[in-house]
Design a protein around this ligand. Structure first.
Ligand code: G4P
Length: 529
């Protein structure tokens, strides 16, 4: 198959949701349709249950699972579809943000009873910033939930999306009968057969026909007619270009667990979702159809096998064809590297891949050469943009708790920071190390992994800080003045960039007011140094 055809048949997306909305269930149903798995339950839930927040073994088990589910590929209607997994737990949200840099579109799952929840708001705002095309799937229609129109209002108000319903439920909960596909002008009825539910679909050319009353009952038919009328008068018609530019979001309704409404979603997705999109670099835009290969690492995972300390770096191919055993340039290290065993993962299976195309993600075994944001090319110096590190909000001093193991501690900390588990800052005044995270769970993960993977022990000391933010200025003098006045609150990140540790929201505000020549940044891009 030609390079162009390979490229055109890739669709790479992520599913995002607030925990428990049904992301794992929907992923599994999509994989079943694609024949990538044969039985339900093959994709283990990758979420860390709330009750297990301090259970390290649970965290380890989940990490093992999340290697396998990092990217799940399946074939459907002649397309190769890559689903990139995003961790459900909010303490690992940074991982999710980074994964979102490697997708071309997303599906957002919303629980019909809960409506738009906080985590969905945050994740969608990141997608909107990048203009990532979004499809919404309202799940759990087999349960009573919010009114469909109220939900659409929430999507518009809380998520800032311009929506366009492409399917509409007939009833809900006990009265849920099916969905009317506005996209295909088709009624899909849901007929429960004992535990197994089956769907039957009917083409309905005219919603006014008596056929509809016979199928769903007069009351439901009347309601559907009114609602569809309302949708057509209030919401814009679907427009693929507006969707692909991130300006219009189709909405589907269904029940993932019952496999209902999922095929309608998938059938529409494969028709409208974008093929691999160009990516911005510091130097220029990289287009997928270019001959020369370029890709970037968006996730690093420690190997779960304690005998092999290798890590797996997940790289998205952005242009050209990636080939096994070929010399490529590791841009940050300025050296050539070959990858003898690039791997794809699928549930329990691992496969060595000989080639990969734009939109694909390959796992590269790595003995410590990669950092998140690293670029690999055929020789050109490129730095992919937009893989940020976020301003952390939880802090602790980290000290060595075993004097004989300080080397192990340093190495362990360095590697865990490369993986993006947390950020390390070194205070200018006394060289003390500070770990900053977005969520509290990472502190336990770091301590546990330092001990089990590196044989090092660390101790934490509480540190009350409001935020760490990067500072910069064109005026060297301004920085010097800032240092004079607030030297106690300055630290360096791992790239040596200056960081201001603000004790409170008030001190941050004061610092900003008193030092107008200084810029305070709340995200920093990885890989730019
Ligand atoms: P997540 O990955 O977004 O966190 O959600 P997940 O798919 O694990 O689903 C969360 C819970 O919601 C699961 O129940 C799942 O079975 C249920 N669920 C998913 N889709 C539907 C649906 O369409 N209707 C209904 N009624 N429930 C749905 P659980 O009890 O937490 O887990 P499990 O024991 O069933 O695995």
């Amino acid at each position: 198959m030609s390079f162009h055809k390979q490229l055109q048949r890739r669709r790479t997306f992520g599913i995002i949701s607030h925990p428990d909305a049904g992301k794992t269930t929907l992923t599994e149903k999509l994989l079943l349709f694609g024949g990538a798995i044969q039985v339900a339950g093959a994709v283990k839930s990758n979420k860390i249950k709330r009750s297990a927040t301090s259970d390290f073994m649970e965290i380890e088990r989940q990490r093992g699972i999340s290697v396998a589910t990092s990217v799940m590929a399946f074939e459907y209607r002649n397309l190769k579809i890559n689903i990139l997994d995003t961790p459900g737990h909010q303490d690992f949200q940074e991982d999710t943000y980074r994964t979102l840099t490697a997708v071309d579109s997303v599906i957002v799952v919303v629980d019909v009873a809960k409506g738009v929840e906080t985590q969905t708001e945050k994740l969608v705002s990141v997608c909107r910033m990048r203009k990532t095309p979004i499809i919404v799937f309202i799940n759990k229609l087999d349960r009573e939930g919010l009114d469909g129109f109220d939900l659409l209002d929430e999507l518009e108000q809380k998520l800032g999306l311009k929506v366009c319903p492409l399917s509409w439920p007939v009833g809900m909960g006990q009265r849920f009968q099916g969905v009317y596909s506005l996209y295909e002008k088709k009624l899909v009825l849901f007929r429960p057969h004992g535990k197994q539910s089956q769907e039957e679909s009917f083409e309905i050319n005219d919603l006014q026909s008596d056929e509809l009353d016979r199928m769903v009952g007069e009351a439901a038919a009347e309601e559907l007619r009114e609602e569809v009328n309302m949708i057509e008068s209030v919401y814009p018609p679907f427009n693929q270009e507006a969707y692909q530019q991130g300006n219009l979001s189709p909405v589907f309704f269904g029940s993932a667990i019952n496999n209902f409404g999922v095929r309608e979603l998938l059938d529409c997705f494969v028709e409208v979702a974008p093929p691999p999109l160009p990516r911005a670099t510091e130097e220029r835009e990289v287009r997928p159809e270019e001959d020369k290969f370029a890709g970037f690492v968006f996730k690093i995972h420690a190997n779960m096998d304690p005998k092999h300390r290798d890590r797996i770096a997940f790289m998205r191919v952005c242009s050209g064809k990636f080939e096994r055993n070929t010399n490529y340039l590791h841009v940050r290290q300025q050296r050539k590297m070959k990858f003898p065993n690039p791997t794809s993962f699928m549930a329990e299976r691992k496969t060595v891949v000989d080639e990969a195309f734009p939109g694909d993600v390959v796992g590269l075994y790595d003995s410590g050469n990669f950092k998140i944001g690293d670029t690999v090319t055929e020789g050109e110096i490129l730095h992919f943009k937009g893989i940020p590190s976020f301003s952390p909000e939880q802090f602790r001093y980290v000290d060595n708790a075993d004097p004989l193991k300080y080397k192990q501690l340093d190495k362990g900390l360095e590697q865990l920071m490369d993986e993006g588990v947390a950020q390390l800052f070194v205070k200018e005044e006394n060289n003390r190390k500070i770990i900053g995270t977005v969520g509290a769970l990472q502190f336990d993960v770091i301590q546990y992994r330092l001990e089990h993977e590196y044989g090092a022990k660390c101790a934490y000391e509480p540190l009350n800080l409001h935020k760490a933010c990067w500072i910069s200025s064109d005026d060297e003098k301004a920085i010097e003045e800032f240092r004079q006045r607030r030297g106690r609150d300055l630290a360096r990140d791992k790239h040596g960039k200056l960081v201001y540790l603000a004790e409170s929201a008030w001190s941050l505000k004061m610092a900003q007011e008193n030092h107008p020549e200084i810029q305070f940044h709340f995200t920093s891009e990885f890989g730019t140094n």
